[in-house]
Structures are given as structure tokens and as C-alpha cells.
Design a protein around this ligand. Structure first.
Ligand code: SF4
Length: 324
């Protein structure tokens, strides 16, 4: 471990269970540079739960699921926000902080859900279902949010749907999230056909095989998984709810049926829990690295911009959600 700067060295203690010592020198130089650049630029880094541990635990100031990042983005006291996550998250941060510079280290960090629906699709759905409110998952572009009545996340979708006081809603674009919420509420939910490319790959057989291979394992699934997968799980919830579950229930063995990095990030705080790690990577989340976070701060790239007319309407849908 020679050659590490003192600040990176002090951070390594925290992540040594999930980052092998041999890999650390690759990260430490960028970590020290990022810590310095954050001070120089009065910048904060917001990181999603699916970011790798050297980002999540070593350079991020605020971490969480989409809902937490959206909420905390509003309270940020900084000139610059770097969003270590995917593009729709950076747009949401910009919507809530229009006067701040919001940077995303790689413009190509998209999302299969966000790509599954366009503003035009929503306008057509409104013609087909007149008067039915449109609830849009935050995993969408600002232009799609602008066509919506209210946003939701996997953490608050049921509460948002029920807050509207109507018998029927359109819930877009995640078909599985819509079906999983429909199973928990009296409100009729009309779904779209979007899927998360990470969660749609899990199958009920995967869960049964994990239970057979790891007796006694507690299975926590994300509600973007197909309903047949959620039915096989012991608990379904957002990444924040999964993390809370592990902290509260302290299962001896657990599997988080979601993106790979989530287990590494939660494992850091729970040395007594054995994590079984099926690995489905989100290729978009993995485009964000320490190297491009550093470059983002050094070169002020890539600044997120949103057409002001679109932003005003999209912000309303996000703010309505945050008020629920
Ligand atoms: S994990 Fe799924 S929902 Fe999240 S960014 Fe990747 S593709 Fe989108």
C-alpha cells in the first residue's frame, strides 16, 4: 500500500472488505484529486446506490436511491453538482437546482426505461385515456416528465398513486413496477411496456436455485423485477428499502436481487451479514468512473441543460411527488 496519500489511505479502511488491496493504488490518485477538486470548485458528488464502492464510499457526499438523490439535491449548498449515476438523475438534479452547474461525467449513461417512452407516446395515451392522470417513474427524460401529472420512484409509487384519489391511473414506463404496485392497491393501473434491462433478466428459477445453493438465504427483490420474481422473494422494495431491511433485520445470509454494486455498498456497513451476489450489471451506471468524475471537475463537463419551458413543467411533476 505504499505510495498512498494519507487521505486516500484513511478511506481505504472503510472499503477494504469490498476492494482488494492490490486494486487500491489504481484508485487512490484519482480519489485524492477529486477530493481536492471538490474543495476548489465548491462541488458535491451525488452517487446512486449502483455506483461502485470506490465512488460510493470514497468520493460521494450524498448517496441513495433516486428518491433520496432527488430530495437531497434540493438541499445542496454548492456551486457544482456532479451526478454519479445516469442521465435522467442528472436532469432531475438540474430541474431542482436550475441555477447550479450540474455535470454528468459521461453523457452516454442512459437507461433502458428512460429510452422506452417519448413525450409523443404520452400525448397519444392521453387521447386514448382522457382524464386519466399520468404517473411517471423518475427513470424518464425531462421531456417525458413535462408531459406527466406527477412523478414517482420505486420507493413511493404506491403512495403517489393513492394520493391522487382517482380510480384509475396510467403508470409509465415500467411495466413490472406498475404490475407490482397494482398488486398492492385498489387503484386500477394501466401500464406501459418499458423494462429495466438489469432487473428483467432475473427469473423465478434464479431465485429457486439461489435458495437451493444457499439454504436459509433471505431474498430481497427490486420492484423493477418481473412479478413472478417478486413473488419468489421474501421482501420487495427500492434500493433504500432493501438497505434498511438489512440494517433492521440483520439476516445471516441475504441476496439483493438488483444491480451488482448494491451488495458491495451495503456490505461495507454490515460485516456480520453474508451477501450472496448474483451479478447483473447496469452498463449505463458502469460508464461512470473515478477517472471521468475527475475529468468532469477538471474540465467542467458535461453540463446538463434543459429547455426552460420543458424544465418548468417537468419540475412541477417532480415537486408534486416530493410533496406526497
Ligand atoms: S439499472 Fe435499470 S433502471 Fe437503473 S439505470 Fe440501469 S437500466 Fe435504468
Amino acid at each position: 500500500m505504499s505510495g498512498m496519500t494519507p487521505s486516500a489511505a484513511s478511506l481505504y479502511d472503510r472499503v477494504q472488505r469490498v476492494i482488494p488491496a492490490i486494486e487500491w493504488p489504481v484508485f487512490s490518485d484519482d480519489i485524492d484529486a477529486i477530493l481536492r477538486l471538490k474543495r476548489e470548485r465548491n462541488a458535491v458528488i451525488l452517487a446512486h446506490n449502483y455506483q461502485t464502492p470506490e465512488i460510493f464510499h470514497c468520493v460521494a457526499d450524498i448517496v441513495g436511491d433516486s428518491l433520496a438523490l432527488a430530495r437531497k439535491a434540493m438541499e445542496v449548498e454548492a456551486d457544482v453538482i456532479v451526478l454519479a449515476g445516469v442521465h435522467f438523475m442528472a436532469e432531475t438534479a438540474k430541474l431542482l437546482n436550475p441555477s447550479k452547474t450540474v455535470l454528468i461525467p459521461d453523457m452516454g449513461a442512459g437507461c433502458s426505461l428512460a429510452d422506452s417512452i417519448t413525450p409523443e407516446d404520452i400525448r397519444l395515451l392521453r387521447q386514448r385515456y382522457p382524464g386519466v392522470p399520468v404517473v411517471t417513474y423518475v427513470n424518464t427524460s425531462a421531456a417525458v416528465k413535462a408531459e406527466s401529472d406527477i412523478c414517482c420512484t420505486s420507493g413511493n409509487a404506491k403512495a403517489v398513486v393513492e394520493s391522487l384519489g382517482v380510480p384509475r391511473v396510467l403508470m409509465l414506463p415500467d411495466e413490472y413496477l406498475a404490475q407490482n404496485i397494482a398488486a398492492q392497491t385498489e387503484v386500477e393501473i394501466i401500464a406501459w411496456k418499458g423494462h429495466c434491462e438489469v432487473h428483467e433478466r432475473f427469473t423465478p428459477e434464479d431465485i429457486r436455485e439461489m435458495r437451493a445453493a444457499h439454504p436459509g438465504v433471505t431474498v430481497l427483490a427490486h420492484p423493477e423485477c418481473p412479478p413472478e420474481v417478486v413473488a419468489e422473494a421474501d421482501f420487495a422494495g427500492s434500493t433504500a428499502a432493501m438497505s434498511d431491511y438489512v440494517g433492521r433485520e440483520k439476516p445471516a445470509r441475504v441476496v439483493l436481487v438488483t444491480e451488482c454494486s448494491m451488495s458491495d455498498n451495503v456490505a461495507v456497513d454490515h460485516p456480520d451479514v453474508e451477501f450472496i451476489r448474483p451479478c447483473n450489471l447496469c452498463p449505463h451506471m458502469k460508464l461512470i468512473t473515478l477517472g471521468n468524475i475527475r475529468a468532469a471537475l477538471e474540465h467542467n463537463r458535461h453540463a446538463v441543460t434543459i429547455d426552460p419551458a420543458v424544465a418548468a413543467r417537468a419540475r412541477l411533476a417532480v415537486e408534486r411527488m416530493l410533496a406526497v
